[in-house]
Ligand binder design. Structure first.
Ligand SMILES: Nc1nc2c(ncn2[C@@H]2O[C@H](COP(=O)(O)OP(=O)(O)O)[C@@H](O)[C@H]2O)c(=O)[nH]1
Ligand SMILES: [Mg+2]
Length: 704
């Protein structure tokens, strides 16, 4: 394997909406570049980048995978590292994480549908990371594929910096090639052939359009470049080499977004795309330096992507499965790393050995002796390294920023099917969490259930399937219980007396308390207001403990009682019969009596919900939110999408993902997080109390 240095490396993240044709396009790039002997097909499960068994089974990309193509353009041989990312809403955070190692982004849109929800989302990520973007309209051979309509939707969404660099020759099934508007040449292909275009003259029927297209490029490039503008005014044109240099500079500075046309499945236009990437996307050294996260208070330090600085790298992905083992994917940000190097993990303060340094072609590791600044590699069997970690030369610790992931959108209760599964469950899930940053696994302290949270129904399904296939662990999923709480809305003043003095050693505890509500979030306060030793000091903690324990067990329906204050102001004791247990019991009795007086009520968790849907669904979504007791907080338009913000009780949102999908034909997405607790309306309260009592077996408190 040839060793590449930064000027000859291109790192591109391929992003876009699901089914736009990304994985097929990557397969065509790899085949055309000679990385694979055949053209891989998604529908046959034979692509390099959809290699996980879940991906093959589902015919869709679930996580980012890495491949490379070695491509010669003119005198330059470059290695293009390709990150193929998922385009489904539930997995799109993977596309965001792929921006860390990338220096440019290939945004793939479907030639039939044009810009879609995830196209815009991933575009936003690229903008956040300030990355250059090359747009590819793919699947141009399909029925109803339409170059001008696609272009219109691109310009509508991303502005007039979007400019075609090609024209397709023919359309739909009759697609035969592309015209290069920059150099004014045409390339034609045999469909599903070797991907090498045959150079020829521009077809007559496209001559006029090609001329206009070329002029449009000249004008746009000149517009943003004073020197070229002057030259254009003076001579009425710009020589090709100036035009190419000007265009390149504008693309690298993400000021111009070129559009190319392909068919991945038909392997058409793909060699031109590879040429374009090699020529117009920046090498790692050309990107601005990377800012680190200061380890001590201070300003971030900038790191140039060059071999001249000391070694630093960041892990952007981890695979963890029983077959492949633990594989860490990293980008070398500076310096270079040699096989067998000892490298320091700064994030976890551990030393790691980089034995069997590799680059990945999908699931296949290809050994290399050395990787230079800007390159992407993989290393197996690191013991203490997880996604996001920064590693490098021991003497020069740094930390690179990690991306923030959204909070999970959906939670299920998860139960092992059998005893044997129970033992394996936590282990399997923890392994899966190493490779998937969006899985959360925890125990609800209140309901005692084990919960699994993820980005959506389908995400959890994938986890369950991996648990079964990889770790031989079967589980049952249930809707999680809503963590209701109880509180009071009134005041109480009661006596709790516990007295048993018939024969033998007696019991005697007596307390008088007042109870009053605290503001939401106030939890619990205990005030000792006893004067003159009506209750001896050493028994007072016992009274408090009796109250706290009773409050945890609930009053109305077994949910913890919160947001109240208890003032202990009087009581009495007995010299012989009083003890801690008696006072604890007295506290509990007082608590329950006080609850009866203090207008107890149920509280429910209310979620902040943010829903993004194509604007035509906005009305239906708002109506639906009303029926879920939602309160609309605001509405925003972004492109063709409407973003609705609302507060909705958690109990109404437990299966929202599925319902949103069916309401919007899969085009809506949502995100929610806990906002606060609120009082449950009384009609609903009665139902919850009845159900909870039935579930727990009627709660009967025995008065001792
Ligand atoms: N006709 C046609 N179909 C394509 C093309 N590219 C992909 N497809 C099909 O479209 C579907 C989605 O493709 P895939 O590459 O998985 O899209 P991704 O989700 O963006 O990775 C698959 O059934 C492909 O066979 C293309 O260029 N032409
Ligand atoms: Mg894909």
């Amino acid at each position: 394997m040839k060793i590449y240095e930064s000027p000859s490396i291109r790192n591109i993240a391929v992003v876009g909406h699901a089914h736009a044709g990304k994985t097929s396009l990557v397969a065509a790039m790899l085949f055309t570049a000679g990385s694979t002997p055949r053209l891989g097909r998604v529908d046959e499960g034979s692509t390099v980048t959809d290699h996980d068994e879940e991906e093959v089974a589902r015919r869709m990309t679930l996580s980012t995978s890495v491949a490379y193509a070695e491509w010669t353009k003119g005198n330059d041989k470059v290695k293009i590292n390709i990150l193929d990312t998922p385009g489904f809403n539930m997995f799109v955070h993977e596309a965001k994480a792929a921006m860390i190692p990338a220096e440019s982004v290939v945004v793939v849109v479907d030639g039939v549908s044009g810009v879609e929800v995830i196209t815009e989302r991933t575009w936003g990520y690229a903008e956040e990371f300030e990355l250059p973007r090359i747009i590819v309209a793919s699947r141009m051979d399909r029925d109803r594929a339409d170059a001008s309509r696609t272009l219109e939707s691109l310009i509508g969404a991303f502005g007039r910096q979007v400019i075609p660099i090609q024209l397709p020759i023919g359309a739909e099934k009759g697609l035969t090639g592309v015209v290069d508007l920059l150099r004014m040449k045409a390339y034609t292909y045999t469909l599903a052939g070797d991907g090498k275009g045959k150079e020829g003259p521009i077809p007559d029927n496209l001559a006029e359009a090609a001329k206009k297209g070329h002029e449009a490029i000249v004008e746009l490039v000149a517009e943003g470049n004073d020197e070229l503008m002057q030259e254009f005014f003076d001579t009425g044109t710009i020589p090709d080499d100036h035009l190419v240099a000007g265009l390149r500079a504008a693309i690298v500075a993400h000021k111009i977004f070129p559009v190319l046309y392909t068919s991945g499945l038909g392997n058409l236009g793909v060699d031109q795309l590879l040429n374009f990437i090699a020529e117009f996307s920046p090498a790692p050294v050309e990107r601005p330096p990377v800012k680190d996260t200061p380890l001590a208070p201070g300003e971030p330090v900038e790191h140039h992507v060059t071999d001249a600085e000391s070694l630093t790298m960041q892990v952007f992905k981890t695979i963890s499965d029983p077959f492949a083992g633990h594989i860490s994917f990293f980008k070398v940000f500076s310096g270079s790393v040699k096989n067998d190097a000892a490298v320091q993990n700064y994030t976890r303060t551990a030393s790691e050995k980089f034995a069997h340094l590799s680059i990945m072609q999908g699931k296949t590791a290809v050994p290399v002796t050395e990787l230079h600044a800007g390159d992407i590699g993989a290393i197996a069997k690191l013991k203490n390294t997880l996604t996001g970690d920064t590693l490098g030369d021991k003497a020069h610790p740094v930390a690179y920023p990690v991306i923030s992931y959204p909070e999970p959108a959906i939670t299920f209760a998860i139960e092992p099917k059998t005893r044997a599964d129970e033992d394996k469950l936590a282990n399997g899930l923890h392994k899966l969490m190493e490779e998937d940053q969006m899985v959360r696994f925890f125990r609800d302290q209140q309901t005692k259930e084990f919960l699994i949270a993820g980005t959506g129904e389908q995400h959890i399904e994938v986890i369950v399937s991996k648990l079964k296939k990889r770790y031989n662990t079967e589980v049952v999923l249930k809707a999680p219980k809503v963590p209701y709480r109880e509180t009071i809305r009134g005041k109480a003043d009661v006596q709790g007396k516990h007295k048993k003095q018939s024969g033998g050693h007696g019991q005697y505890g007596d307390c008088k308390i007042k109870m009053e509500p605290l503001p939401r979030g106030g939890n619990f306060e205990f005030v000792n207001d006893i004067f003159g030793g009506a209750v001896p000091k050493n028994y007072i903690p016992a009274i408090e403990k009796g109250i706290v324990e009773a409050a945890e067990r609930g009053f109305l329906a077994g949910f913890p009682v919160v947001d109240f204050r208890v003032i202990l102001y009087d009581g009495s004791y007995h010299d012989v019969d009083s003890n801690e247990l008696s006072f604890k019991t007295a506290g509990r009795i007082a608590f329950r009596k006080a609850m009866e007086q203090a207008k107890p009520t149920l509280l429910e968790p209310v979620m902040h919900v943010e829903i993004t849907v194509p604007e035509e669904f906005a009305g239906a979504i708002m109506g639906d939110l009303n029926s879920r007791r939602g309160r609309i907080q605001g509405m925003d338009n972004k492109g063709h999408n409407t973003i609705v913000k609302a507060e909705v009780p958690m109990s109404e949102m437990l299966t929202y993902g599925v319902e949103l999908t069916s309401m919007t034909q899969g085009r809506g997405t949502f995100h929610m997080e806990m906002a606060h607790y609120d009082v449950v309306p009384s009609a609903i309260q009665e139902k919850i109390v009845a159900t909870a009592k039935a579930e727990r077996g009627e709660l009967v408190e025995v008065e001792e």
